[in-house]
Structures are given as C-alpha cells and as structure tokens.
Design a binder for this molecule. Structure first.
Ligand code: SAH
Ligand code: SF4
Ligand code: F3S
Length: 449
C-alpha cells in the first residue's frame, strides 16, 4: 500500500520546532512518509504559535493559501497543531470551518487516530492538556546535522500576566533525566555537535532530587565534544549551583538567555514576574563573577499596560547597565484569557512603536560596541556550513552565539571546532581569520573561549 504523506510547517519558539520532530517521529512510526512539498501531501499540518497577535495573523494568512490547495485536492486533511489549537479551537473549526484537524501540544501521541477521524470525514479534535505527558519514550525524527534540540520539560506555571503559554501548554512537568541522557547519547553517536536543552523555564526542572544543574552536568558529561546550550532561564530560579555548573564544564556555553521584560519594578510586579530589578542586577553580577566572560541576551516588552515614559526610561537604563549581547524585543500584544487582558491596553500604538524602536536602536548600538571590543581576540567557533553569501567563506558560531565568518580552506571541515582571531565586526556578525583546528579528542577542551 502506498504510504500517506505528511507535510508540516512550524511557527513559534524552539519548543515548537522540537515538538514538530516528536510529531514526525509519531507519524513515521505509523507508516507516514514525511515530505517537504505541501502539494504532494495527504496531510498538511501547521504547528502554530499564539504568543502575539501577529503570530496568529500569519497562520490565518497561511490557512487562506492552503484553502486553494484543498479546492484542488478535497481529500487532503489540513490540521492545526500547537498553541493555537488550545486557544482557538472553536473559532477555527466551528466559525471559520477552515480546518479538519486540531490537536494540541499534549495529544500528539494520538495524532494518527485524529488524522484517521479526519480522513473519515469528521473533525479530528484532541486538545486536552496533560499533567504528565513528556513524550519521554518517543524518538523524535531528526535529519542528520550538527545542531539538535531536546525538550527537557513542558508547560509553565509562572503565569506572567501577559503570557498565553500557561494556557496553551498547561502545567509544568519535567522529563525523566535518564531518558534525556539517553537521547544525548544517540545524538552523540550520530555526530551532533551542539544540543540545546529546552523548556519555558528550565531552572525549575526537577526529576526526583535532580535539578537543572544536575541535568546540565549529566548532559555535558555524555560527550565533551558536544556543546550544550539551554533556554529559557527565569531570573527568579537561577541558582548559584547552576552558575558553578556552567563554569565547571568546558562544553556548556557561557551564555545565558535571561528575559528581563521591563526595567521598572512597578511594571515587573504588574507582569507577575516575581523579581525586582535589584535582584536581577545582582544575579547578573554573580554570574559574571562565577563565569568570567559570560554573555547575556534578553527579552523585552515595550508598552505593557500603564507603562509611563519613566518606566520606559528604566527599561532603557537596564539595557545600558547590563549591556546584553542581544535581545528579542516586542510590542505588548494583549492576549485574551490572560490577567493583563483585563488591564487597560492604554499605551497608544504610536508610543509603543516609538519606545520599541528606541529599545531596538540602543540594543543594536550596544551589540555593535560589544562586537567591536572583540576585534583582536581569539574565539572558538563551531563551523556550521558555508556562509549565506558565498561559498568562499564558512559560517559558524562562538559559544556566546555570535555568527563568525572565516575564509573557507581545505584544512577546515563542517563540524570542526576551530580557533579564530576576530579582525572585523558589525552589530550582527564577526569576521575572523583561521588560527588552527581544535582536536576535541586530544586537546583538553575549552569549547568555549
Ligand atoms: N518562557 C520564556 C519565553 C516565553 S515567550 C520566558 O519566560 O522568558 C518569549 C517572549 O515573548 C517573552 O519572554 C516575552 O518577552 C514575549 N511575550 C510573551 N507574551 C507577550 C505578549 N502578550 N506581548 C508581547 N510580547 C510577549
Ligand atoms: Fe510565559 Fe512567563 Fe511562563 Fe515565560 S515564564 S512562558 S513569559 S508565563
Ligand atoms: Fe508560541 Fe507556544 Fe512557543 S505560544 S512561543 S509556540 S510555547
């Protein structure tokens, strides 16, 4: 019998990308063939994101395009997975009749059944959230490569007042440590060189008595030639033990994504972020002491309800004080069902846009300055492939996640760690010369500079 073909598009955060690999693992087990051509698929799935309104609008736009596909091939099943499935099931199935299938993040195990329901002409709907599902035993479908993700926990219990994630992903739960370490081993055997451990709030990972620091240490020990990254850390739970673990393991990247959201204590309280700016700055200072040279990135929201000019200037101030390597910066977007939705969205659109632009400009300037300071220094780079612009150059990244361009040469292979010297920099990219190969078998690593 000919196999059914499935095509998936993924939107949103890295966790959604990791989930797509789980979904493909589940479907492949059931005999589906994965295709990267929507036109030839029997099942077209969108793994969706609800974090801001524009994320959802993009999906509605895409669904509009897919309708044409469905006119030409009525038997095709079009489905929504991920965070929008939880938020908009009624809207998508009853009101707009746009899709045949809606399956939320905790029901992927049963996806094949729901697809069968949809093939039989009914709507396949699975949107229950679970307190226990972690997909421990599912082997994700991964193409060969250098970089991989592992979800180490699911859900979020923080309930920041602006955020839909606790509603779309349900309660926090951690995956079993041994199953994660096993997956690390499989990745090592397949030659992966960089693994990112994922969770909305990895610092609250807990499996029996093992906390996130224990998990990181266990993962780092599997294969010293694999760089370990992790995201996201919540400033409330980042422990000194974790900082020491990062500093003790040469292959754990000296890089922490630590969303601050706002520089104003009043706004942080309205956001239910549960820390103050003083606590946050203290944490940054401790991290810099324990992990010399550590880099930070952050997330910032401009224009949260009631944000005054003074609050905004405090955000500008925190960006100046910390000097982040990079930042993800957003305009506040009200999300139905959250606590902040009930607050008055009273910062005018133009004001939000103006404040966001100021934040972006400042961050760009700081990234540029930090990169300029790198000129003349040595870095260790994992070579990932040819540069986007030319195959005369390789592109790779430092442990602080900066893109580095080096001239291609016969002595360098994709997947090598090399030592480079930085000789030019823009706000987004470093340019470097080749200094030598790091022999991960022989050299006592540092894989981090
Ligand atoms: N769990 C992570 C990230 C979650 S979503 C954390 O706690 O940091 C990624 C980022 O999207 C958030 O850090 C926040 O800056 C932004 N975000 C979330 N909800 C938003 C909203 N309603 N409007 C604008 N930005 C939002
Ligand atoms: Fe959302 Fe806050 Fe949880 Fe992050 S920690 S996912 S921002 S509720
Ligand atoms: Fe989006 Fe869901 Fe991730 S809302 S950011 S895909 S957890």
């Amino acid at each position: 019998m000919q196999k059914n073909k499935v095509y998936i598009e993924t939107y949103g955060c890295q966790m959604n990308f990791a989930d797509t690999e789980i979904v493909m693992g589940v479907l492949q087990n059931q005999g589906y063939e994965i295709t990267n051509q929507a036109e030839e698929a029997d099942v077209v799935l969108l793994n969706t994101c609800s974090i801001r309104d524009n994320a959802e609008q993009r999906i509605y736009g895409r669904l509009g395009n897919l309708k044409t596909l469905k006119y030409g091939k009525p038997a095709i099943v079009i489905g929504i997975l991920g965070c929008m499935a939880e938020r908009l099931r009624k809207d998508l199935i009853e009101d707009k009749k746009m899709v045949d299938l809606i399956v939320g993040p905790d029901e992927y195990r049963r996806l094949p059944e729901y697809i069968d329901t949809a093939f039989s002409g009914e709507k396949g709907i699975g949107v229950r959230l679970s307190r226990t599902e972690t997909y421990d035993d599912i082997i994700p479908y991964r193409e060969d490569g250098l970089q991989a993700w592992i979800s180490v926990m699911r859900g979020c219990d923080k309930f920041c007042t602006f955020c839909v994630v606790p509603f779309t992903r349900g309660r926090e739960r951690s995956r079993n440590l041994n199953s994660i370490v096993d997956e690390m081993r499989q990745l090592s055997n397949r030659g992966f060189k960089e693994v990112t451990l994922l969770g909305q709030n990895v610092n609250s990972y807990l499996d029996d008595e093992n906390d996130f620091a224990d998990l990181l240490a266990a993962c780092a020990s599997v294969d010293r030639s694999i760089r370990i990254r992790f995201t996201t850390s919540h400033p409330q739970d980042l422990s000194d033990k974790l900082l020491y673990t990062i500093s003790e393991h040469q292959n754990i990247c000296n890089y922490i994504h630590l969303p601050v959201q706002s520089g104003s204590n009043r706004i942080l309280e309205l956001m239910n972020r549960t820390y103050t700016i003083e606590h946050y700055l203290n944490l940054i200072e401790r991290a810099r002491k324990i992990i010399p040279g550590v880099s930070f990135s952050t997330d910032i929201i401009a224009g949260f309800p009631s944000e005054s000019l003074e609050d905004h200037l405090m955000t500008i101030d925190i960006i100046r004080k910390v000097r982040y390597d990079g930042a993800y910066m957003f305009k506040y977007s009200p999300r139905e069902g959250t606590k902040a939705y009930k607050m008055d969205d009273d910062v005018a659109e133009e004001t939000k846009a103006k404040r966001l632009q100021e934040i972006i400009d400042l961050q760009r300037q700081i990234s540029f300055e930090i990169n300029q300071e790198q000129i003349g220094t040595e870095e260790i780079v994992l070579i990932e492939g040819f540069s986007r612009k030319s195959d005369q150059f390789y592109s790779g990244r430092t442990d602080s996640n900066k893109i580095v361009i080096v001239p291609a040469s016969e002595s360098i292979k994709i997947g090598d760690y090399i030592k480079v010297k930085i000789n030019k920099a823009s706000s987004a990219t470093l340019f470097a010369s080749f200094e030598g190969i790091i022999d991960v078998q022989k050299d006592a690593l540092p894989l981090t500079a």
